[in-house]
Design a binder for this molecule. Structure first.
Ligand SMILES: Cc1cc2nc3c(=O)[nH]c(=O)nc-3n(C[C@H](O)[C@H](O)[C@H](O)COP(=O)(O)OP(=O)(O)OC[C@H]3O[C@@H](n4cnc5c(N)ncnc54)[C@H](O)[C@@H]3O)c2cc1C
Length: 416
């Protein structure tokens, strides 16, 4: 240990959605938590994010749902359309029975807004937040995690949470794998909703399904902004080119789509392209006193809109398994961390692996052509709006690997 080392109960590496959620969850249990982030400032790039009830229930647990709702949108429906004909294939109502069944709303929110809600939650709870810290490695010595940083300042903690994202450095402690490219590339953008904006589906999440491409649109910021995401298979990736998925390919990918889809391409920012990666599921996320969380543990393709949602679930389950074991009424019991990490890993790995695998298959079904497309469309059209058979495993309130049901929050400021 260097002389400059700093000691804490929990050290979180990474200030994305997963790191902030993990930090807040353990702080809620009473831990002293320090979160370090390599970027000079906290924040998120990108546009909108769909937050399904399995994640909004977690915000509800932490008393943050109201804040998210103040700046987000509760869409009326999730609508699937064929991108070539524009025909509606199926729709899922997202309010009423849906919300009652899953105990929380479906919310679409700007990424930077959700990130800020979590960041402010951490600040208010007393998480120590530190920027400009690049973590190089973590080792476990005498039952404590030692975090080595590029600047040579070490941290030491009872446990280290590796929430360092898809390209995680800390994942190499448990696996020697690499991110897997899906050959698909996304472009995203948000534009103001004005009187010129086509009025169709403006209160819904709409997904246009096309051969080797799809396009998603939904409103953000109380309906002031329109979020658009276009995702397509890159021919230059298939040819083995390193820089794949340029703007020329974007236009070409949608040439057979209806005018509404082609017009929506004008809403996209083209300075950043987002190659889509995931990884194969792994069973073990724990190395000594280091555990992975969020994309570092289970990066997934975005088709189920669940990456951040699963990170919130992770955090809530970590909160559950450490309450009363590591963090007790008598104080912190660091010896209980090994059992708690094993319980967390075992609760979460199977569920997140299922989400990772299902996301791949779900994406494939979106991009089919020919007979596959005909059959997909028939199946989608035969589905009734109140059919929850495909949703329950993902959004349901109880099941293997899920956080405990939301308990009503006790407001400490309320008059006795
Ligand atoms: C196009 C697209 C659409 C998506 N849509 C949705 C959606 O609708 N709903 C949903 O739930 N999910 C969605 N996702 C997934 C979601 O964005 C991610 O799963 C989520 O943001 C991952 O959060 P994270 O904190 O695990 O990782 P990240 O956001 O990558 O955060 C990792 C953090 O760690 C920091 N870091 C990395 N290495 C180090 C280091 N060595 N030292 C210190 N700091 C480090 C990074 O700077 C970063 O801040 C989508 C993803 C994409 C690409």
């Amino acid at each position: 240990m260097s002389e400059q080392s700093m000691s804490t109960d929990v050290l979180v590496v990474g200030g994305g959605m997963a790191g902030l959620a993990g930090a807040l969850a353990l702080r809620e249990n009473g831990a002293n938590v320090t979160l370090v982030e390599r970027a000079p400032e906290f924040g998120e790039v990108g546009a909108g994010l769909q937050m399904a009830p399995n994640a909004s229930r977690v915000l509800k647990r932490w008393g943050l749902l109201e804040k998210a709702l103040e700046i987000g949108v509760q869409p009326k429906h999730l609508v699937f359309r064929d991108a070539v004909t524009g025909e509606e294939l199926t729709r899922q109502s997202l309010r009423g029975e849906f919300e009652e069944r899953y105990g929380a709303p479906y919310v679409v929110i700007h990424r930077s807004d959700l990130h800020r809600v979590l960041l402010e939650g951490c600040e208010a709870a007393g998480v120590k937040l530190v920027n400009d810290v690049m973590v190089d490695n973590v080792e476990t010595l005498n039952g404590r995690g030692i975090v080595h940083t590029a600047a040579g300042v070490d941290y030491e903690a009872d446990v280290v949470i590796g929430a360092d994202g898809l390209k995680s450095t800390l994942r190499s402690l448990v696996a020697s794998d690499e991110p897997v490219s899906s050959a698909y590339v996304a472009y995203r953008g948000t534009v103001p909703i004005t009187s010129e904006t086509p009025a169709t589906d403006l209160e819904d999440v709409v997904v246009y399904l096309g051969p080797d491409c799809h396009l998603v649109q939904y409103p953000l910021r109380k309906g002031e902004l329109l979020n658009t995401v276009a995702v397509f298979k890159s021919p230059s990736f298939e040819r083995g080119e390193e820089q794949y998925g340029g703007v020329d390919e974007l236009q070409a990918a949608y040439k057979d789509c209806v005018p509404a889809v082609q017009a929506a391409l004008a809403n996209l920012g083209t300075s950043i392209r987002w190659p889509m990666y995931d990884r194969d599921p792994i069973e073990n996320w724990v190395a000594g006193r280091m555990v992975l969380l969020g994309d570092a543990a289970h990066p997934m393709l975005q088709y189920l809109a669940q990456g951040a949602c699963q990170a919130l679930e992770d955090a809530a389950v970590l909160q559950d398994v450490t309450a009363g074991t590591v963090f007790t009424a008598d104080g912190v019991n660091p010896a209980a961390w090994d059992g708690a990490l094993a319980a967390f890993n075992s609760a979460r790995a199977a569920r997140t692996a299922r989400v990772q695998r299902t996301a791949r298959i779900w994406g494939e079904s979106w991009h089919v052509s020919g007979l596959g497309r005909t059959l997909r469309n028939l199946l989608f059209k035969s589905r009734k709006d109140n059919d929850f058979q495909y949703n329950d495993w993902l959004y349901g309130q109880s099941g293997e690997g899920l956080p405990a049901p939301v308990a009503p929050r006790v407001d400490s400021n309320a008059a006795a």
